[in-house]
Design a protein. Sequence first.
Length: 112
Amino acid sequence: MPKEPKKPKQPKKPAVSATAISISAHPRAAYSIRRMKGFGGLVGLVLVTWLSYRAGALPVDTALRGLVGGIVGYVASWTIAVQVWRHLVIAEARAAAERVRRRAASASESAA
């Protein structure tokens, strides 16, 4: 029996609405999170490697521990940066909504 041709895949729909606030769509947040992930990974790698070297570990163990420290630093700094930016983006949205509400109130008062 011959195979049926595959149906073309439907493009994925966004998980949330177009008006939802997204950290990944925020230009300053995306840049800051990328930068913090890099710094966290480097700091974790250098710190753990240096501490392992000072403790007298073998070079192979020092390198492996440094690699694991870099991965842990990367993930930890990413998690912290996302949490911080989540609060900042929400605060920016609330401030923008407050500005719009004040402008609408002042426009209705001046019209009256």
